[in-house]
Design a protein around this ligand. Structure first.
Ligand code: SIN
Ligand code: CO
Length: 398
């Protein structure tokens, strides 16, 4: 089996240097003999569940309702939906979308392992779309990279690299759909084929038959949001709470003027903000591992002792990462910081190699941990993460 789902002979290095964030790439048979872990009925079931984010997009013009004066060309509805919806839907021209499917289906979480040539923290979400023939979400542009993996049926993808402005979008609907779209390139994707698109490329995927597509989307935070989030973090952690003072105030000719001296005071306050590289690393690791939905892993009702935990692990039961909990680490001097689910986990003597193992892998076996388990601190860390719900034994789910 090839290591990454890239075209034969293409290394991950070539993908990163020539395509990533630069240009589209069609990867035929990226996953040969791909078998979708989710079926249309299961997707419909998920759309009816509260707590699972789902959307329905109907192309009214596709089902002949554009002639009707009041019908908007596209319609967006948010789940959760009632089961009766599915008997009321037209035969064609709609798409059902479910977010974060990797959190509900372990086989899909495993599929994310195929994208290890991009750092974990950059991965945002795996979404699935289900469409009957003619279904699409309209020609649109996303601001993040995406891999579109065909899971069932065939879909025609058309793309354009032409620049898109606000004025090009259809007004009055909460969807960024282009009013006019001219394709530059077009491909027909079959099961197991995958299309990579960098941000800013307009794309339009239309189901040629009952079709299912997995979108592996990447995180591209808006810089303004990064800065405001960091300032909030700093405010919480250490920004001074002392008040503005000006014992050097002199009489002004214009009391209505904000003097140059006052502005200098304020500039000093802003410029002397106590920001260190360590703050940035600690804030960033916590932010990017925080759960997107706000849902957190559930701690074990009855915590296990380290001995009981290790004996279960060493008897061969595999541990899995709870997909609500994101893991990441970064070096801080000679030691490491471990971030789990938006918090810094105290390492209490656990080794750097154990931290890498935890962050690089979704699945853990005593065999793979091998010598790492000779350290009591590593075992204790694993046990704590298990008790806190960030890891689970594969048999816990039964
Ligand atoms: C689709 O699955 O048809 C839409 C996915 C996307 O455009 O990101
Ligand atoms: Co898209």
């Amino acid at each position: 089996m090839k290591e990454f789902p890239l075209p034969a002979g293409m290394s991950a290095e070539t993908f990163l240097s020539d395509y990533w964030q630069k240009k589209p790439l069609l990867i035929k048979a990226a996953f040969p003999a791909f078998k979708t872990p989710l079926l249309p009925d299961e997707i419909a079931g998920m759309a009816c569940e509260a707590g699972i984010e789902s959307r329905l997009i109907i192309e009214n013009s596709g089902i002949g309702r554009a002639a009707n004066d009041d019908a908007a060309p596209w319609q967006l509805r948010h789940g959760s939906f009632d089961e009766s919806l599915f008997s009321e839907l037209p035969e064609s021209h709609w798409t059902l979308l479910i977010q974060e499917v990797h959190q509900y289906v372990p086989l899909l979480a495993q599929l994310l392992e195929s994208f290890r040539f991009i750092p974990n923290w950059r991965i945002d979400d795996m979404m699935v779309s289900y469409s009957p023939v003619g279904g699409s979400v309209g020609p649109h542009v996303d601001q993040y990279d995406v891999f579109l993996l065909q899971g069932l049926g065939r879909k025609r993808w058309q793309i354009s690299t032409a620049e898109v402005n606000e004025a090009d979008l259809i007004e009055g609907i909460d969807l960024q759909i282009l009013a006019h779209f001219e394709a530059e390139q077009s491909w027909e994707l079959e099961v197991g084929d995958m299309l990579y698109l960098p941000p800013g490329v307009t794309h339009h995927g239309v189901a040629l038959e009952e079709s299912l597509t997995y979108s592996i989307g990447f995180r591209a935070p808006v810089e303004r949001d990064l800065i405001t989030s960091f300032v909030d973090y700093l405010a919480e952690e250490r920004l001074p709470t002392r008040h503005y003072r000006d014992p050097d105030l002199v009489l002004q000719q214009h009391p209505g003027e904000i003097s140059a001296a006052s502005l200098q005071h304020v500039r000093n306050i802003i410029k002397q903000m106590p920001v260190s590289d360590q703050d940035i690393a600690r804030w960033f690791g916590q932010v990017v591992t925080a759960s997107k939905s706000g849902d957190d892993a559930e701690p074990q009702r009855q915590p296990m002792s380290v001995d009981a935990f290790l004996s279960r692990f060493q008897q061969g039961e595999k541990l899995w990462r709870c997909e609500l909990s994101r893991f990441a680490c970064t070096a801080e001097g000679a030691s490491m910081l471990l971030f789990v689910a938006g918090r810094i986990e105290p390492l209490a003597g656990a080794t750097n190699a154990a931290v890498y193992q935890l962050c690089d892998q979704r699945e853990h076996s005593a065999e793979a941990w091998g010598g790492l388990l000779r350290s009591n601190e590593n075992g204790a860390l694993l046990c704590r993460l298990y008790n806190d719900g960030h890891l689970y034994f594969e048999n816990d789910q039964d």
